[in-house]
Design a protein around this ligand. Structure first.
Ligand code: ATP
Ligand code: MG
Length: 780
């Protein structure tokens, strides 16, 4: 049977892939069956209908917002019959108008002056898209729900050995086929819109969506490549200047694009990103929460995509990331142990709050840095599992030389050319060795080099050319290509120390039979205990205090650079985050939470008066530092209707630390998932962050009322939280974060731990939601 050109791709080992239906088959007869089958025929049919529709459709913009489809239809009726008008539902700024036939299309396009209701219309041929099958919706989140820690533990315990557990981790977390398709579709959507506005541009995904370390629901990192668009703009300008409008194609496209507003060659990165933000906000259906973050090392525009639930960002000067993404991907192709090992280490580090900063900044390792650490470990095994970057350069063909931003990014782009590994270690032993190797590492005294596959002593490194710009810190991990970049420069001393301590505990556990052998008595074994938050952290906990770090979150900061805000910049962020913390403790978790310093005098005196009365009536001995208790007034406040409360803002400190005296009255950290599920059935799908917080507040309220009793006489837990603004790092690139130090009453130290572990995950997320819900739109 003849296959339709372009639809079928031959795969290695005799298989085929039908790109139209995204189906892979093992051999030619199965391919023929598929091509004759209903599904393929149906999609072919649908495609040909769409193609004919496309050939007679125009893309119309420029009309006033809110213009009904009927008005557009009436307008184009003047040229013949209008079959259909599809409005851009979300923003109402463009429409696709399907005309009777191509003849009519020609007539419409021949007319250069279209106007409706006094507005000049821009009318052009509809962009031709590749036909793709629609994915089912929101697969990612559905899959993630299945993966709660209990279910994960249960599934892992069913595996036969640690190697099987590690492979299972990949299967459980990686994208499903449908989530991958969904991402492809979102990328295509972005590509189409950006092409309209930046002719010649390309949208290229990088990071975990494509580097083989995909985790269901992870962010979507996009690079907007404007290189060709710059040339396009230059030639469009050149030709209109020299030919005075004699090139209608370029003219019409450049007129319609936003390129005419900005010169891409001379515009600054922030200027272009502001434009990108505008296009995203106004023209991409389903996109919301658009925020330009211009003060990051790599400025980006963040966005959410409503239908898919995807969050992501777009950058325009991050070509190196495309390169390191490809490198990571090739490492996974070179050895099949790389993926399971990285998935397990990433999950372990997330559970131990060592990696995966909830805000994107902060003092923890990011997933890229953590992955490089695993790759480095694999380069240094004997014999190595992975080659060093220097070794890869020796295997290069001449044509594979690549330089990006002045850095040598050459490596063979086909993993078949990489040396096959002679290392035979099992996954189980590699994981144990990973922890063992890093338990005594001197992270601050040397630089980890993936280029050389070696630890470079600081003294040696400092004499190298690249050391000038390299930010030496507590954790020095050199990017494999951008050699002057420390990918772990954000990691502070405490995190580096905790990383070591956690590795030490993990290494110790990995020496036990509980790790190595499946339990015959139904007890947890293998990876499961490794993943329990803080479970192995006894040494780390006693060595340190109970601290949660919140970066001066991007959500809390204005999108402009600190210079625009003078000295208020940090204080403003600090105040917002503190208000968020108080909000989450008080309004979401229904704790009593009294500020004990730094607030307005009037409120302070009111509160202390009430508290004095309260202490007298309660007559309970309080530990040092626990001078305040709760009053009836606050109880009303706690259960007051959920609303934005200016009061929290009024209580903000004028200095840069803040202390609250808190009491927890109910087990609000237990069984939340179940209660949330029940409430979710009554109030499905919170619409925005405020609604999500409201739902969490209802969960706490429901838990508080579960036993049908009022608040108990004594709180379950009492503790003090002290928030402090810490600035580490260097003057040029400060690492600013807020540390929340928790001090429970001494006799509750053990009981408090459980609540604290819950807060470690819950609090940063909720503060982030709160800030997002409060944030004014950054881009109009
Ligand atoms: P995930 O999104 O699951 O946390 P990721 O690999 O996508 O994992 P991101 O933090 O989203 O990690 O970063 C996306 C990509 O940007 C990385 O894969 C890497 O290519 C690049 N990148 C991230 N951080 C750095 C960094 N510090 N230095 C250089 N490149 C980085
Ligand atoms: Mg990412």
């Amino acid at each position: 049977m003849a296959e339709p050109a372009g639809d079928v791709e031959a795969l290695p080992r005799g298989g085929f892939r039908c790109c139209l239906c995204r189906v892979t088959v093992a051999n030619k007869p199965s391919l023929d069956d598929h091509l004759r089958g209903k599904k393929h025929q149906h999609l072919e049919n649908l495609r040909s209908i769409r193609q004919t529709q496309e050939l007679r459709s125009v893309f119309v913009s420029g009309f006033s917002k809110g213009t009904p489809a009927s008005e557009l239809s009436d307008y184009f009726q003047a040229y013949g019959e209008v079959i259909n008008v599809v409005m851009d539902k979300d923003k109402g700024v463009y429409a696709i108008v399907e005309l009777q036939n191509e003849e009519m299309l020609k007539n419409v396009l021949a007319q250069t002056n279209h106007s409706l209701g006094g507005q000049k219309l821009r009318v052009k041929p509809r962009e031709k898209k590749d036909f793709k099958k629609k994915p089912p919706r929101k697969q990612g989140s559905a899959r993630q729900q299945q993966l709660n820690p209990e279910k994960l533990a249960q599934k892992l315990c069913e595996a036969d050995d640690v190697d099987a557990q590690m492979s299972l981790m990949v299967q459980l977390f990686e994208f499903s086929e449908s989530e991958r398709r969904l991402r492809d579709l979102v990328v295509t959507l972005f590509q189409e819109v950006f092409l309209e506005f930046f002719p010649g541009s390309a949208i290229l995904p990088f990071g975990s969506s494509v580097n083989s370390f995909d985790v269901s629901g992870c962010d979507l990192d996009l690079f907007l490549d404007l290189e060709k668009a710059k040339h396009f703009q230059a030639s469009a300008k050149g030709s209109s200047a020299s030919q005075d409008g004699a090139n209608p194609k370029l003219d019409s496209q450049s007129e319609d694009s936003l390129l005419s507003d900005v010169d891409l060659t001379t515009a600054t990165v922030p200027e272009v990103l502001e434009l990108v933000a505008t296009v995203l906000q106004k023209c991409v259906p389903g996109v919301h929460n658009v925020q330009a973050v211009l003060n990051a090392r790599r400025p980006v525009v963040k966005f959410c995509h409503k239908e898919s639930g995807l969050r992501g960002d777009i950058s325009i000067n991050n070509r190196l990331a495309l390169c390191n993404t490809r490198f990571l991907q090739l490492c996974t192709e070179a050895d099949e142990r790389v993926r399971p090992l990285v998935y397990v280490v990433r999950y372990w580090a997330k559970q131990q709050v060592l990696a995966g900063n909830p805000f994107g900044g902060g003092p923890l390792l990011n997933n890229y840095a953590l992955t490089l650490l695993v790759l480095f470990f694999l380069q240094t095994r004997s014999p190595p599992v992975l080659p060093t970057v220097a070794r890869l350069r020796e295997l290069l063909d001449d044509e594979e030389q690549t330089t990006v931003d002045g850095w040598d990014c050459s490596f063979p782009k086909d993993s078949a050319k990489w040396d096959p590994s002679r290392n035979k270690e099992s996954l189980c032993s590699l994981l144990a060795e990973f922890f063992h190797v890093f338990e005594d590492y001197d992270f601050s005294g040397c630089v980890i080099s993936l280029q050389e596959g070696q630890l470079l002593p600081l003294s040696t490194f400092l004499s190298s050319e690249v050391s000038d710009k390299f930010k030496i810190g507590s954790f020095n991990l050199q990017d494999p290509f951008e050699l002057s970049h420390n990918v772990a420069a954000n990691v502070n001393k405490k995190t580096a120390q905790r990383f070591q301590l956690c590795c030490r505990s993990a290494a110790k556990y990995c020496r036990s039979l509980q790790y190595q052998r499946k339990s015959t008595k139904g007890k947890i074994w293998g990876l499961v205990r490794l993943f329990q938050p803080g479970n192995l952290e006894t040494e780390a906990d006693t060595a340190g205090e109970l601290i949660i770090c919140l970066p001066l979150t991007l959500a809390a900061l204005p999108s402009k650079s600190p210079e625009h805000h003078g000295g208020d910049f940090h204080q403003l962020g600090f105040q917002k985050v503190c208000a968020g913390v108080a909000f989450v403790l008080r309004d979401v978790l229904k704790c009593s939470c009294l500020e004990t310093q730094g607030f307005g005098e009037e409120l302070a005196s009111n509160d202390s008066k009430k508290e004095e009365e309260q202490s007298e009536t309660k007559n309970e001995p309080l530990a040092a530092g626990f001078k305040r208790s709760l009053d009836d007034g606050e109880e009303k406040d706690i259960f007051s209707p959920f609303a934005k409360r200016p009061r929290t803002e009024a209580l903000l400190p004028s200095g840069e630390n803040m202390t609250w005296d808190c009491s927890v009255w109910h087990h609000v950290w237990q069984g939340r998932r179940r209660v949330r599920r029940q409430l979710h059935a009554l109030h499905p799908d919170p619409k925005d962050k405020a609604a999500l917080l409201e739902l969490e507040a209802k969960v706490s309220e429901a838990i508080s009322q579960q036993k049908g009793e009022a608040r108990p006489v004594d709180p379950l837990l009492r503790f003090i939280v002290c928030a402090q603004l810490d600035v580490d790092g260097t003057p040029g690139k400060p690492d600013t974060h807020i540390s929340l130090r928790f001090t429970p009453v001494p006799e509750q130290a053990v009981a408090f731990k459980e609540f604290f572990h819950f807060l470690q995950h819950f609090l940063p997320r909720m503060v982030e939601h709160h800030l997002a819900s409060q944030a004014e739109p950054q881009v109009q």
